[in-house]
Design a protein around this ligand. Structure first.
Ligand code: PEP
Ligand code: MG
Length: 323
C-alpha cells in the first residue's frame, strides 16, 4: 500500500477540474531527514522552531539559528518557508528557562505571550529570521495570537529589530512577510480585522480545536470530546477562510487536519488552497486532491455546515469519500 501511495508524490496537486492547491511540509528542523520530500512540496508551511530550543542545553544563539534558517531558505529557493517564532509553554518546556508553575499551562504564559515577556529572546530570533530572509523566501509567523493588540505589538517589535539591523548595516529581508497562526477562537472571530493587519495566516487546527471545544488536546480521558470534525470547526474555518481570501491574503491550514485527506477535501470546499502537513501525509493528500472535484468539495462543505454533530460529519464523509 505504501509503495502504491508513492506514485502520488511527484504529481502537481491539482483537482480534476483544474483548481491548483499547494501542498507544503511541516518541519521541526533543517535536517536532511526532515526535508526528504522537499522536491515534492511547494514550500514549508510550518517550521516549528521550538525544537531548536528544546534540543539544546541553553538558548540557541542568533548565529546558530541564522545558519538553520538560512539552510532551509536556500533549499527551498523561491518557494516560501514559513518560520514560526518560538512556541514554548503549554506542553513544551525548556529545562534551562525558569518559568512559573501554572495550574493551566495551555491557558498560561506560552508562545507569543512568553516572547513579549522575554523580549531579548524574541528579538534574537527575529534578527536571525530577518537576516536569513536574504537567502530565500522566508515568511515570519506568530503563534498563539489572541488579539489585534498582540498582532500590533509583535509587528512593532519586528520594526524595532529592523531598525537595529539598519543601524548596524546588517543585511536582511526588508520586505519579509509577516503573518499569524489562527488557533485561538477570539482571533478567528476577528479574522476580517486580523487580515487587514497581516500578510497571511495559517490555521492551527490542533489548538483551534482544543480552545474551541475546551478540551485539553493531550488528555486521554477527554479525547472523545476533542472533535476536529465538529461542524463548529468548519463553520469557524469558513469565516476565517472568507475573511482572508476576500482581502487577497493567503490562508493555509497547518494543523493535523491539513494532513487528513477527508478534511482537506472539506477545507478545499471552504476555499482553502494551501495545506501544510507532516511528510507522511504528502502522498495521501496529493492523491485526494488529484481525485477531487472542487464542485463536489463545495457541495460537501455546504452539507457539513448544516449538520449537527461530529458523528454525522464523519459518517457523511465516509459515505462520500470512503477512505
Ligand atoms: C496547531 O496548533 O494546529 C499547530 C499547527 O501548532 P502546534 O501543533 O505546534 O501547536
Ligand atoms: Mg498550535
Amino acid at each position: 500500500k505504501i509503495s502504491d501511495m508513492k506514485q502520488y508524490l511527484p504529481i502537481r496537486p491539482e483537482t480534476v477540474d483544474g483548481t491548483k492547491i499547494e501542498v507544503c511540509l511541516n518541519v521541526g528542523s533543517a535536517e536532511k531527514s526532515e526535508l526528504e520530500l522537499e522536491e515534492y512540496t511547494d514550500g514549508v508551511g510550518l517550521f516549528r522552531t521550538e525544537f531548536l530550543y528544546m534540543s539544546k542545553k541553553q538558548l540557541p544563539t542568533e548565529e546558530e539559528q541564522f545558519e538553520v534558517y538560512k539552510k532551509i531558505a536556500e533549499v527551498y529557493g523561491e518557494r516560501p518557508v514559513v518560520i514560526r517564532t518560538l512556541d514554548i509553554g503549554g506542553d513544551k518546556k525548556l529545562d534551562y528557562l525558569e518559568l512559573p508553575q501554572e495550574d493551566n499551562p495551555f491557558l498560561g504564559l506560552r508562545a507569543l505571550r512568553l516572547c513579549f515577556e522575554m523580549k531579548p529572546i524574541f528579538k534574537t530570533q527575529l534578527r536571525a529570521i530577518l537576516r536569513a530572509g536574504v537567502y530565500g523566501n522566508i515568511w515570519i509567523m506568530f503563534p498563539m495570537v489572541g488579539s489585534i493588540g498582540d498582532i500590533r505589538f509583535a509587528k512593532q517589535i519586528v520594526e524595532e529589530v529592523k531598525q537595529e539591523l539598519d543601524q548596524e548595516e546588517v543585511p536582511y529581508d526588508k520586505n519579509i512577510k509577516v503573518g499569524i497562526m489562527v488557533e485561538i477562537p477570539s482571533i478567528a472571530l476577528m479574522a476580517d480585522v486580523a487580515a487587514s493587519e497581516v500578510d497571511f495566516a495559517s490555521i492551527g487546527t490542533n489548538d483551534l480545536c482544543q480552545y474551541l471545544m475546551a478540551v485539553d488536546r493531550l488528555n486521554p480521558s477527554v479525547a472523545k470530546y476533542y472533535q476536529s470534525f465538529h461542524p463548529a470547526m468548519f463553520r469557524l474555518i469558513k469565516q476565517i477562510a472568507e475573511a482572508f481570501t476576500s482581502q487577497g491574503k493567503p490562508v493555509s491550514v497547518c494543523g493535523e487536519m491539513g494532513g487528513n485527506p477527508q478534511a482537506v477535501a472539506l477545507l478545499a470546499g471552504l476555499g482553502i488552497r494551501k495545506f501544510s502537513m507532516n511528510a507522511s501525509s504528502v502522498a495521501p493528500v496529493k492523491k485526494m486532491i488529484h481525485q477531487l472535484n472542487i464542485r463536489k468539495a463545495e457541495r460537501m462543505a455546504r452539507t457539513v455546515l448544516e449538520l449537527s454533530t461530529a458523528v454525522q460529519v464523519e459518517s457523511y464523509m465516509n459515505s462520500e469519500l470512503p477512505q
